[in-house]
Design a protein around this ligand. Structure first.
Ligand SMILES: Cc1cc2nc3c(=O)[nH]c(=O)nc-3n(C[C@H](O)[C@H](O)[C@H](O)COP(=O)(O)OP(=O)(O)OC[C@H]3O[C@@H](n4cnc5c(N)ncnc54)[C@H](O)[C@@H]3O)c2cc1C
Length: 455
């Protein structure tokens, strides 16, 4: 019987990302051009965009212009954080390593740096990022603004690695924020692009390191029964539960001294249809048929292992465009929440092939972090191919997240309103107060943020 590698399966399910938004042109101002995010699910027709060449240019711009502005990174958020009919502000040119401190493994970076461009630059100076998200096309500023995180019960979101940042406020003042004002630092890191424009950050890294990745398929219930132990015994541990299946794709990543091993490459199916094909599905199968067929296929997935420099192991390339909803729930109810989602997909025969993603993220103190608090959170993601309307699927699943006290990922689709957010994020009101202080005219608000902040 034909064997399937776990990578082939997963790559076909959530493959991705060519950066489709703006690339910095060097021009200070460009007239209106339509903008769209990576998935194509968010679009706008801004009045124009400013490509910022220096901090001075930015402060002068903010002091001498009026009207709405929205900073944009690499456009990899699924939620409508960026769309504006005002001006987009692009800081692609403020990128790269500006300074490094080898004793403390820290670097100061232009906030427009792409995560993926940093790996090799950091490696060259003996440093490695503590963690990375599933892809690395995001800008540093964009990633921290939404609380972007990777996997690991002891590893916090990327914002937690930022020891200081420079914020240019909407009225053009420059604020350097660091641990001398802990509260302000916790407020300013996960900022939704609502407090001003971050131009540079200092990032805590560690010495460069290698990681070993293991991937295999296993019955979801077997893994969930031991998830806490598995998460505690691996630096990174997560599962991609298959829909209509008793199986998950499992991923563990640990530090290693082993030599770098070649990653075996295979032709990969690229679409939802080809996932169905790789599952051996017939046309219009019933849920019971899908379960039987996908279990048979999953049981043939071959384990694989690879060793490489940390940044090459932690992030992936995802070429199939999709939209995503992700919520965090307290880790102790994570498995229950996941089970209810999988059962709902099955019971309601929701026609989706994309895997889910289930991982732990360490607790932190950033006011708007989805892992704010004292205990780790489980994060659960659902995906829908970009060519399909995600709303019918996401609208059925979202109330399940709410039932378990879920907090939304700011960069992903959600339908929560001001009132609910105030209850879910203990420092939400404090954040709104700070936002009002820094942006009394509401220059940085767009319709989505106005609704979230009731502003
Ligand atoms: C394929 C894919 C995989 C993903 N995987 C993960 C994952 O594993 N984990 C995870 O947590 N998330 C993940 N995400 C979500 C993604 O990390 C976030 O949405 C992130 O914010 C996108 O960064 P960006 O640079 O594209 O920012 P954008 O989406 O362009 O902007 C995001 C926010 O940052 C603000 N912003 C941008 N630049 C600045 C600035 N200079 N100053 C102030 N605010 C600014 C914007 O105004 C906006 O509010 C994924 C997204 C995709 C498309």
């Amino acid at each position: 019987m034909k064997q399937i590698s776990r990578r082939t399966f997963l790559a076909s399910s959530v493959r991705a990302a060519l950066f489709g938004a703006y690339a910095g042109s060097g021009a200070a101002f460009a007239h209106s051009a339509s903008w769209s995010n990576w998935s194509g699910g968010q679009t706008c027709q801004p009045a124009g965009r400013y490509d910022i060449g220096s901090e001075e240019e930015l402060t002068s711009l903010l002091r001498n212009t009026l009207g709405p502005i929205r900073p944009v990174g690499s456009g990899h958020s699924f939620s409508p954080l960026v769309p504006t009919d005002g001006h987009l502000v692009v800081i692609d040119q403020l990128s790269g390593i500006l300074d490094s401190d080898s004793e403390n493994n820290q670097v100061t970076l232009g906030a427009g740096s792409r995560l993926g461009d940093l790996g090799a630059q950091l490696d060259a100076i003996g440093q490695g990022m503590i963690n990375l998200p599933d892809i690395d096309r995001q800008t540093v500023a964009g990633a921290i603004a939404t609380g972007t995180h990777g996997t690991g019960v002891t590893l916090q979101a990327l914002s937690s690695f930022i020891t200081s940042l420079r914020l240019v406020t909407p009225n053009g003042n420059v604020m350097d924020i660091d641990s001398s004002d802990e509260d302000l630092l916790h407020a300013a890191r996960v900022n939704l692009g609502a407090l001003g424009i971050v131009t540079q950050v200092t990032m805590q890294n560690r010495e460069a390191y290698k990681l070993k990745k293991r991937e295999w398929a296993a019955p979801t219930e077997d893994i969930l029964a031991n998830f806490d132990e598995l998460a505690a015994s691996h630096r990174h541990f997560e599962i991609f539960p298959l829909v209509y299946s008793d199986y998950s794709l499992v991923l563990s990543i640990d530090e290693t001294d082993e030599p770098i091993g070649e990653v075996e490459l295979e032709a990969e199916p690229t679409s939802d249809a080809s996932i169905a094909e790789s599952l051996g599905l017939s046309d219009n199968p019933t849920p019971a048929e899908r379960l039987r067929q996908s279990n048979a296929t999953a049981s043939r997935i071959q384990p694989s292992e690879s060793v490489d420099i940390s940044h090459k192991i932690l992030s992936n390339v995802r070429n199939s465009r999709f939209n995503e909803m992700e919520y965090s729930v307290p880790a102790e109810v994570g498995a229950e929440c996941l089970r209810e989602i999988l059962k709902t997909i099955y019971d309601q025969a929701i026609d989706v092939n994309f895997v889910l993603e289930y991982r732990y993220v360490g607790a932190d103190d950033d006011w708007l972090s989805m892992a704010y608090g004292e205990h780790p959170h489980a994060t659960i993601s659902i995906h829908r191919a970009a060519s399909e309307d995600y709303r019918p699927y996401f609208n059925v699943i979202e109330p399940i997240f709410w039932k378990y006290g879920g907090r939304p990922h700011w960069g992903k689709v959600h339908n929560l309103t001001h009132l609910e957010l105030t209850e879910l994020y203990p420092r939400f009101k404090d954040f709104m107060e700070l936002r009002r202080e820094l942006d009394p005219q509401g220059r940085m608000l767009n319709p989505h943020l106005r609704a979230l902040f009731n502003a």
